[in-house]
Design a protein around this ligand. Structure first.
Ligand code: ATP
Length: 255
């Protein structure tokens, strides 16, 4: 495990949708050097919790978040926090690949351009190239950068979305079931990519697939009915869980 202080600390987090409580007093640290998997049955609040980490819930009209969430010690819900900046620092990849209906190049160049990360066209080209390389897509697209991002296969589109997140130089990447729309080969590529990105970015991934959690993560958080039941080293959670509810879930008794 990491020698660094946690990248993100979430303490006593509660989330409501209107009167319905979706997250109940959850405290978690997200480690800089690990991949953290969030697992649990459908509707247990995994995505809701993940979205609190870059304030994506701000965009949901009836959602209300309470608690303390810090990125490198900085309160991300502080009124001083620039949310656009925060979402560049804490990037997100969604279940369904969602490239912009623009060229492959533009998909990746857009973020660095609006954030003013490149002072020249060649610098911007360099960022696009590096991001596509880190996302494991460069070899497949280098000769067709002006083709539409939406013309790529689903797995390529998802790697394009990862390149788009990487392009704005994030510190954390949140992935919300990034492989659920992909076939096994495309899924394996994303899992390899997660391995390759580990350490450079703190990564938190929501997954329904327990084998995937076991393969890609070093830490696992098990959620049930909006609560964090157990959080620890992935090997411990899968081989020697402390809680009966965790054991029931990983042995397939529900969910
Ligand atoms: N925008 C919303 N308005 C009202 N309720 C919501 C909203 N989004 C989610 N919920 C509810 O909050 C609870 C947690 O949902 P969430 O999507 O976070 O769970 P999840 O564990 O990610 O589920 P899944 O694995 O099915 O994606 C569920 O009961 C869900 O119906």
């Amino acid at each position: 495990m990491s020698n660094h202080p946690p990248k993100i600390t979430a303490t006593h987090v509660n989330v409501w949708y209107g009167a319905k409580k979706a997250i109940d007093d959850v405290s978690i640290d997200i480690d800089q050097d690990s991949v953290t998997a969030l697992i649990g049955p459908s509707g247990c609040g995994k995505s809701t919790f993940l979205r609190t980490l870059n304030r994506m819930n701000d965009t949901v009209a009836n959602a209300r978040v309470q608690g303390d969430i810090r990125l490198d010690g900085e309160d991300i819900y502080s009124p001083d926090m620039d949310v656009v900046q925060l979402r560049a620092r804490v990037g997100m990849v969604f279940q369904k690949p969602n490239p912009f209906p623009k060229s492959i190049y533009e998909n990746v160049a857009y973020g660095p351009r609006i954030h003013g990360l490149a002072s020249s066209r060649s610098e911007l080209e360099g960022i696009v190239q590096t991001s596509l390389k880190r996302a494991g897509l460069w070899e497949e697209v280098k000769d067709r950068l002006s083709d539409s991002g939406t013309a790529l296969s689903g797995g390529q589109q998802q790697r394009l979305c990862i390149a788009r997140a990487i392009a704005v130089d994030p510190e954390v990447i949140l992935m919300d079931e990034p492989c659920s729309a992909l076939d096994p080969i495309a899924t394996a590529k994303i899992e390899e990519l997660i391995h390759a990105l580990k350490g450079r970015y703190a990564i938190a991934i929501v997954t329904h697939n327990m084998q995937q959690a076991a393969r890609v993560s070093q830490r696992t958080a098990f959620f049930h009915l909006g609560q964090l039941v157990e959080y620890g080293a992935t090997t411990e959670i899968f081989t020697n869980p402390r809680e009966e509810r965790t054991r029931d879930y990983i042995t397939g008794r529900y969910g």
